[in-house]
Ligand binder design. Structure first.
Ligand SMILES: [Zn+2]
Length: 340
């Protein structure tokens, strides 16, 4: 079987030196090609896009007079899930709760709160238990929807406004319909086109290398060769093909690893993130491996620089300033305790 080929292009640009514009210098740029999808990522060598200081979140995260997701309002401000999906009404596991979404961005969608007892939970307080319990609840919801008919499922999260969240109370969201999303369909189609099983081969080839972080249970953890976002980490379960197959143990492992990644983000002075867990569709192909990818987002400063430029928004191309090998190195100490 042919090995996965990691192709990159080294480019040298001639640019005026920052702060000394009459001096023209060589500046390096790496463009990497994703071996599965062919998408390309630009890794700047100058590294000037990182936050310069920790963001003070006090004003943003002070509990408002009314929050539908705080425990004292949840029962009156949120609906109950249809009995055809669950007979639990609101799905509660530990401190978490799953309720129906009021925004119809999919035929079925839910909102899951990591913790209803606290309006805000900082990165360091999103513990393995909190995240693991939430996954168990969200997977229970997904299974309920999956019982109606086969569908595309995904579980996703925006954290704080720079990540697209309109509600500060930390939450995740699920989406379930017959269409799926562009990224889901592309990942599954590319996995099916691959001559062998891309995801098993990826684990085999990357294990122990500069982007490898380790394994917990069935969850393999690594940074991707050609990221689509800043500080991107992959949590991969190659033997699973859909969200409905996740066991409680898998959920606990995903929670432990994600919690470690968030500790690492916190240490890098990052404050905002998105993650997505992609299900493999109505008839999941065994060529597809269950993938959760997490990326950091811009920090919530009063006037912040968006991390999404025309490159990401209109060219579908990441433009980042920290290579995946360095991300792996920086996050490794925070994952050492949870990964073998
Ligand atoms: Zn709240």
């Amino acid at each position: 079987m042919a090995a996965i080929r990691f192709v990159e292009h080294q480019i040298t640009a001639r640019v005026p030196e920052l702060g000394n514009a009459t001096n023209v210098i060589d500046a390096g740029l790496t463009i990497r090609v994703d071996p599965l999808t062919g998408h390309t990522a630009r890794i700047l060598h100058q590294g000037q896009l990182a936050p310069s200081a920790r963001t003070d979140l006090t004003d943003l995260t002070t509990p408002p007079p009314f929050c539908p997701f705080c425990a004292d309002k949840l029962e009156v401000a949120t609906g109950v899930i249809a009995p055809s999906i669950t007979d639990e009404g609101r799905i509660r596991r530990g401190a978490s709760a799953v309720v129906p979404n009021v925004l119809a961005y999919s035929e079925f969608s839910s909102v899951g709160l990591y913790d209803t007892t606290r309006h805000f939970v900082g990165l360091r307080d999103l513990t393995p238990q909190l995240i693991g319990d939430l996954f168990v609840g969200l997977v229970a919801y997904a299974r309920g929807v999956g019982g109606l008919r086969p569908m595309w499922h995904s579980i996703n999260a925006n954290y704080l406004p720079p990540a697209g969240s309109s509600v500060v109370h930390p939450h995740a969201q699920t989406a379930h319909d017959d269409i799926g999303t562009t990224a889901q369909r592309n990942l599954v189609a590319a996995s099916e086109r691959w001559p062998g099983n891309f995801w098993h081969e990826l684990v085999e080839q990357e294990a122990g290398g500069p982007r490898w972080l380790g394994t917990r249970g069935r969850v393999h953890v690594l940074t991707p060769w050609a990221p689509i976002g800043f500080h991107e980490v992959w949590l991969l379960i190659p033997e699973l093909h859909d969200i409905l197959e996740l066991t409680d143990d898998d959920c606990a492992d995903l929670g432990a690893v994600l919690s470690g990644v968030l500790m690492g983000y916190d240490a890098l002075d990052l404050a905002s993130f998105n993650w997505a867990l992609y299900g493999g569709g109505p008839s999941p192909s065994s060529d597809f491996g269950l993938l959760l990818r997490i990326v950091s987002r811009a920090n919530p400063e009063p006037v912040y620089r968006s991390d999404v430029t025309y490159f990401e928004r209109l060219h579908a191309e990441a433009m980042i300033d920290m290579g995946p090998e360095e991300v792996a190195k920086k996050l490794a100490p925070h994952l050492a305790a949870v990964l073998g």
